[in-house]
Design a protein around this ligand. Structure first.
Ligand code: GLU
Length: 607
């Protein structure tokens, strides 16, 4: 979701525009609807070009400009929150005079009142965005010093921001600031960047400094200054993973990668002898962890489904009372969390705005805050007390797949660790560890169902509604399966509890409204079979996902997909695979833009 790249150089031969466009393109996967660039010319005016749609369209707008040393340069990909998707609403945006240009990630929540006041003072607005108020506030407060004006402008702003600002008055300067929206300064050879994501500029830099909330940074050709200056950290970057190989879509590649991503999630972390897990990221809080009696899991979207799984798991295997809630609800509710609670925040990007707010709230109440994320150096890793990296590698497809299964496995590792500190016995722990060791191969085996799933997707290609049903550990998987289908194929899907259907939703069931039932041979198998019978009795169509060797469902369900046998708690890692493949093939058959579904963004950095 939305991206900022800005750069400044004193090397007149640096191809800043092509570097900037390349960096912006590395943020494409996050989702955006328009893009823009602003830079200073030799005659000290600022040129701003924008285009809706792909970055390629912006590149066309910029063709006529010299490719070297356009400096300073700011670029932005917008994911509209306020104002429709138009060229005039795309960033960068300027003040009345065209002397200040700003790229902004985030939301100015009080923009209506600020805009009204500025208009009364004579400012003329050219866009419908919330962002434009910041440009006019900077114009209003500017007296010979850009950073002072930016600071004064931001004092008026309620909301979130990561911004990069340039001005004709101070031509060799970029001013950057952030609040609850990630921003970093990257130091390369003769070039300095401001970016919202390390992956955008990593190939061009050696050192990085992350901005903290409310910090304002001034970037000049010879360096940068931040109030409360911090030591740069070494960049850890193992090259670009942005290559689909022979796969038609990133999503399919990422689904197929899961045996190796799960191996990576578990590498060096399984302790067979102790029947436990070794999680280096949690060592610093070991004592506090041993005193935890309650767990509150928070996340959004797919990560929330991982939280639901974690709730069943931690309660049953770590013997800790557990609850999960979507972050955007958790934050605004009056709660009575006891001091022996640990918050576990799950976020692929580590930048999910609502989840970050939930963490800040927990930390300010002295609650132990743990994070599970895939993103090294993300804001989440910096504001939690400790955490676990999922190590899935970059995920480009907007619909999360491999990061989800890594979140599930990370939660199993956490449950092992907490469980063994409590009532989980050594043999029980060892059984789980032994089965986890088999998981990459079981996932490999499960992935062989792709052709069968394609056949089924073809059969139901014209259906516009689906139920996904599961119980206990597979209830979160039913929710996740439905979300995958909705996200990329735009059909209506509902994930529900197997036992709930008859309390209302069953009224929707018909031949043309299939139910995908997750029914492995586990402790709720018989109950799920009864639910399937209830659907079939009412002429519903059932696609069942069950354990290999179970022949019972062949005669009841319309179609059956088989997954290998495993422990009850590990079935979700296998049962989600056919659902990911179903969403993929179904959307592909319907000609949808799989890696960049409409209206969605990869990391949700607004509230
Ligand atoms: N709220 C701003 C807008 O809608 C910024 C959106 C973004 O973060 O891309 O223009």
């Amino acid at each position: 979701m939305c991206g900022i790249v800005a750069c400044l150089t004193k090397d007149r031969d640096k191809p800043t525009l092509s570097i900037g466009i390349d960096a912006l393109t590395r943020l494409e996967y996050r989702g955006y609807d328009s893009a823009g660039a602003a830079f200073r010319t030799a005659s000290n005016t600022i040129i701003c070009k924008k285009a809706i749609g792909k970055i390629l369209n912006l590149q066309k707008e910029l063709e006529e400009y010299d490719q070297t040393a356009l400096t300073p340069l700011i670029l932005h990909t917008r994911w509209a929150t306020h104002g429709t998707v138009t060229t005039s609403n795309a960033h960068p945006l300027s003040d009345c005079s065209g002397n200040f240009y700003i790229a902004h990630n985030g939301i100015v929540e009080n923009y209506t009142s600020l805009k009204k006041q500025l208009q009364e003072e004579g400012h003329v607005f050219l866009s419908e965005t919330d962002t434009e108020v910041i440009a006019h506030l900077i114009e209003k407060y500017f007296i010979n010093n850009l950073e002072d004006a930016v600071r004064k402008a931001l004092e008026q702003v309620v909301g979130t921001y990561g911004i990069a600002v340039i001005s004709t008055y101070e031509p060799d300067k970029i001013v950057a600031a952030s609040l609850s929206s990630p921003l970093l300064i990257g130091l390369g050879e003769d070039i300095i960047f401001v970016a919202s994501d390390l992956s955008a500029i990593a190939p061009y830099i050696q050192k990085v400094v992350y901005l903290d909330d409310r910090e304002v940074a001034v970037i000049e050709p010879n360096g940068y200054t931040i109030i409360r200056e911090k030591k740069p950290q070494e960049v850890q970057w193992s090259g670009s993973a942005h290559d689909k190989g022979n796969y038609p879509h990133y999503m399919l590649q990422e689904i197929m990668e899961q045996p190796s991503t799960l191996e990576e999630t578990m590498r060096g972390r399984l302790d067979l002898q102790e029947g436990s897990a070794k999680l280096g990221g949690l060592i610093s809080v070991a004592v506090r962890l041993s005193r935890v009696n309650n767990v509150q899991l928070v996340g959004c979207g797919t990560a929330y489904h991982a939280c639901l799984f974690g709730e069943y798991l931690l309660e049953e295997h770590a013997c800790i009372s557990s609850k999960s809630e979507v972050s955007s609800e958790f934050r605004y509710r009056k709660r009575a969390l006891s001091k022996d609670t640990a918050l576990i925040a799950v976020s692929q990007s580590g930048e999910t705005a609502d989840t970050l707010a939930a963490i800040k709230d927990a930390v300010s109440n002295n609650i132990l805050a743990l994070g599970i994320t895939n993103s090294i150096g993300s804001t989440q890793t910096r504001i939690t007390d400790a955490g676990v990296y999922t190590r899935s590698g970059t995920e480009i497809g907007v619909a999360a797949t491999k990061t989800f299964t890594s979140q599930l496995v990370s939660l199993v590792l956490l449950a092992l660790l907490l469980g063994r500190q409590r009532k989980l016995t050594l043999p029980e722990g060892q059984t789980i560890v032994n089965e986890l060791l088999r998981i990459p191969n079981l996932v490999r085996h499960t992935l062989l169902c792709t052709d069968r799933v394609l056949e089924i997707a073809k059969k139901y290609e014209n259906c516009e509604n689906f139920f996904f049903l599961g119980r206990k550990y597979n209830y979160p998987i039913a929710k996740e399966g439905a979300l995958k289908l909705k996200e990329i194929s735009y059909v209506h899907a509902e994930g529900s509890y197997g036992g709930e259907l008859k309390h209302g939703e069953l009224a929707l069931v018909s031949e043309h409204f299939p139910s995908i039932c997750i029914v492995p041979k586990d402790s709720v198998y018989d109950k799920m079979v009864s639910n399937i019978e209830e659907i079939k009795t009412r002429n519903g169509t059932v696609i069942a996902i069950t354990t290999e060797g179970n022949t019972e469902l062949k005669s009841i369900a319309d179609d059956v997909i088989y997954i290998p046998e495993t422990l009850e708690i590990l079935y979700p890692i296998l049962s989600i695979i056919p659902l990911q493949l179903f969403a993929y093939h179904f959307a592909n058959l319907r000609g949808c833009d799989i890696d960049k579904p409409r209206n969605l963004a990869k990391s949700v950095t607004v509230e």
